[in-house]
Write a protein that binds this ligand. Structure first.
Ligand code: UT7
Length: 337
């Protein structure tokens, strides 16, 4: 039976490093607070020109990550017949960034779609890629997770709870059909609970408002993301553990079989709590939040690419990718590498 295997990964982060100390020039915060509450030491933010535009677009960052994934997979870009672009921010209101990737990589009119599932975007996208491949709709899928967060952060004291957490970056994976029985995506679980949508959301611009934005909305800072942090924290810890347990049961595997858990990088305290509850040592849980902060849909593909680069992921390993985020949405994938 045809299965979907990840055959190459890549990532791109901007050069510009913003440390916790750098943030103190804009807001009342400290390296101590950020480190203790989140584990983050620094993040990458794209530089901006005098008109406020970032020096690269999200699609351009995604294309850089994709080029590395294509090279590592040993395929030609034109082999890709489907693009799935996961992000909560596309460069323009519409269309989504997937089509810009089709153009930047010079693909042969490959299918392109965007998945707007915030921190769980890559989990949902891998499940979709798996479905496309198993159904015969596509053979080689480029999955990208990419975010520019730095343009939508409130750097005043009002926004400090959110602004210190997020970073820019992109990660990519080539998912391809394989007949190898012992390789590929084994199972995925996907969930949502819309009643909590407003506990972590970006309210504006709004499709149901004439002109989509107003001076009043901007003055009130409602175009910046907002979060009920402690509540998100509690739900996240619980849902991470539930998702891991559920996807393992679906794939008839045990936590002891798992070589590496690659969680969404939201907060080191969440990662540590999940590892402790699942009875897994830190050496089996990937973490790079100290360097990049939360890059939302990009965190898991960046982490996968770094895990490969750091020789922590090997062919035949059983891994779990897992995430929780805005929506609320959450889920996991069980993968034989
Ligand atoms: O990726 C999607 C999923 N996202 C998450 O999973 C994030 C979940 N939430 C969290 O990670 C944590 O709730 C935060 C890191 C956002 C906040 O940590 P916390 O331990 O929950 O802190 P808190 O919100 O309870 O705030 C404690 C204090 C408050 O001051 P008072 O009221 O105790 O005087 C805040 O005003 O810390 C203050 N504070 C800050 N102080 C310095 C909030 N942000 C900052 C800041 N620097 N940046």
């Amino acid at each position: 039976m045809t299965k979907a295997a990840i055959i190459g990964t890549g990532f791109f982060v901007p050069d510009n490093v913003v440390t916790n100390n750098d943030l103190t020039q804009w807001m009342d915060t400290s390296d101590e607070w950020i480190t203790e509450r989140s584990g983050i030491k620094e993040r990458r933010w794209l530089k901006r020109d005098d008109d406020g535009f970032t020096t690269m677009s999200g699609a351009e960052m995604g294309a850089e990550a994709a080029r590395m994934a294509i090279e590592n997979a040993g395929i030609e870009a034109t082999d890709i017949d489907q693009i799935i672009f996961a992000t909560l921010n596309s460069d323009v209101f519409f269309p989504g960034n997937g089509v810009f990737i089709e153009d930047l990589l010079g693909l042969n009119c490959a299918g392109a779609m965007d998945v707007r599932n915030q921190c769980t975007g890559f989990i949902y996208s891998l499940a979709a890629a798996d479905g496309f491949i198993r159904a015969g709709t596509a053979r080689t899928v480029l999955v990208i997770g990419c975010e520019i967060q730095s343009t939508a952060l409130d750097l005043s004291d009002r926004g400090r709870d959110m602004a210190v957490l997020f970073g820019d970056g992109a990660g990519a994976a080539i998912v391809q059909a394989t007949d190898e029985a012992d390789r590929g995506i084994i199972a995925s679980v996907l969930h949502s609970q819309g009643r909590y949508a407003r506990d972590l959301y970006g309210e504006a611009p709004m499709g149901n408002l004439k002109d989509r934005i107003s001076a009043e909305i901007m003055a009130e800072g409602r175009h910046y993301p907002s979060m009920n942090g402690q509540m998100v924290f509690k739900h996240a810890t619980r849902r991470f553990c539930e998702s891991i347990t559920e996807v393992l049961a679906k794939g008839e595997a045990s936590i002891d079989d798992v070589a590496l858990i690659v969680p969404h990088q939201a907060n080191q305290r969440i990662t540590d709590a999940v590892a402790a509850r699942m009875g897994v040592g830190n050496e089996r849980v990937f973490s790079n939040i100290a360097k990049y902060g939360n890059t939302t849909a990009a965190t898991i593909p960046i982490a996968l690419a770094e895990a490969v680069r750091e020789d922590r992921l090997h062919k035949g390993d059983l891994i779990v990718t897992v995430a929780f985020g805005s929506g609320f949405t959450w889920g996991a994938n069980l993968i034989r590498w």
